[in-house]
Design a protein around this ligand. Structure first.
Ligand SMILES: Cc1ncc(COP(=O)(O)O)c(C=O)c1O
Length: 398
């Protein structure tokens, strides 16, 4: 399979680099060459007839490559500024694909506070099945990463902003440290998306996404993405993915690509709505603490301002009144639905302790700083006034 260079239409020559909002729509030059269809066809065929014996065409078998999935992969590689994109069946499959790069006995440094499912895959599965070892450190302090380094450290896994407490990690500092020791670095860019943050430009080797979230954007497709800065790393990941088989199907690839077309527009509204909600919650009598990198008193605010173009669509807060108050608040919401997941057009709310992070053992969850009265809001793109009044009325009654 050949990956076409990340470019716009042929003949644009030395035109200035297009802005991200334009690249979301035209990235990967996905217009179908045969028909001119501006959206690539969904190619369902699992196999492709050879021109003759010993003469395969570009695509051979869909587990290795598929035209629809290729279109998505070219698009996301262009958005992240990488050499190659690879689409997996879910975010977890993408993360597992990155871990497959490592030999048994390797050591991985990962955040103390990050998505619970990634922690479960690392700590409960790959520690046992692949003989990997993991150190979980507070990465907001890059010195903690340095202190955790071992001769057998092969991967630094970064997530920023983190799920759910929105810790911000200095990507340039941590990836420079990894690079100086020849250690691969990977950034889970799910919360920021390439619209807000570009980890490969800051020195990361790999970017990973749960495409289920903002890239897809409509709560109707599960998917994962890895983008490699370097073609050789991309080639290795492609081989490993073909071997293990956790690829994204063509229908789902189409949906993610379709979602990306509106990503820049959606992210703008997610971010302005989320900032308005964070400001509303900050100082509210029923709120103990708000977590949002856009608030000046957030620990990572200055860094987020430098590293991101806006602060994202997730806001967390601790409600006063304990777990009872959590249920009462969630049940009173009318626009927000109580649901897992995040990053789609509709607003969702949940309690990380019993939902997104229920797979993390209680003691570890507490160590991560995820209290039982923590509520996570995935702020959608509805009208700001409706979201504010929904939260306001749900907080009023207790
Ligand atoms: C930050 C982050 N990374 C990875 C994942 C896993 O993605 P998926 O659910 O698509 O497997 C999630 C899912 O919530 C997530 O929030």
């Amino acid at each position: 399979m050949s990956v076409k260079p990340p470019s716009g239409k042929p003949g644009t020559g030395h035109a200035p680099a297009r802005q991200l909002a334009t690249r979301c729509i035209h990235g990967g030059a996905t217009t179908d060459a045969a028909t001119g269809a501006v959206m690539p066809p969904i190619v369902t065929s699992t196999t492709f007839a050879w021109e003759g014996f010993g003469q395969p065409r570009e695509h051979i078998y869909t587990r290795s490559s598929n035209p629809t999935r290729d279109a998505l992969e070219r698009c996301i590689a262009e958005l992240e500024g990488g050499a190659r994109g690879l689409a997996f069946a879910s975010g977890q499959a993408a993360t597992a694909g990155v871990l497959d790069l490592l030999d048994a006995g390797s050591h991985v440094i990962a955040p103390l506070n990050f998505y619970g499912g990634t922690r479960r895959l690392f700590d409960e599965v790959r520690r046992r099945t692949a003989d990997l070892d993991f150190s979980f450190v507070d990465m907001c302090e890059p010195g903690n990463v340095e202190a955790a380094l071992r001769p057998e450290t092969r991967l630094v896994w970064i997530e920023t902003p983190t799920n759910p407490l929105l810790h911000v990690v200095d990507i340039a500092a941590v990836t420079a440290l990894a690079r100086s020791r020849n250690i691969t670095s990977c950034v889970d860019n799910t919360f920021a998306t390439p619209c807000l943050q570009q980890p490969l430009q800051l020195g990361a080797d790999l970017v990973m996404h749960s495409a289920t979230k903002y890239l897809g954007g409509h709560s109707d497709v599960l998917g994962g993405i890895v983008v490699a800065a370097d073609a050789e790393l991309g080639r290795q990941l492609h081989l490993l993915r073909s071997a293990s088989g956790g690829v994204l199907g063509p229908f789902d690839a189409y949906l993610v690509l379709r979602g990306i077309k509106t990503l820049a527009l959606r992210m703008e509204r997610h971010c302005t709505n989320a900032l308005a909600i964070a400001r509303f919650l900050d100082g509210h009598a029923r709120v103990e603490r708000v977590f949002y990198p856009g608030l000046p008193d957030h620990r990572g605010h200055a860094l987020a301002k430098r590293q991101m173009s806006a602060f994202g669509g997730v806001v967390c807060f601790e409600i006063n009144g304990g777990t009872g108050a959590v249920g009462e608040f969630l049940n009173r919401l009318q626009v927000f639905a109580i649901a897992e997941s995040l990053g789609a057009v509709e607003s969702l709310a949940g309690q990380p302790a019993t939902m997104s992070h229920s797979s993390v053992p209680t003691a570890e969850r507490r160590q991560m700083g995820i209290a039982d009265n923590l509520i996570r809001l995935s702020v959608g793109i509805e009208a700001e006034a409706d979201l504010l009044s929904d939260i306001s009325q749900a907080l009023e009654h207790h």
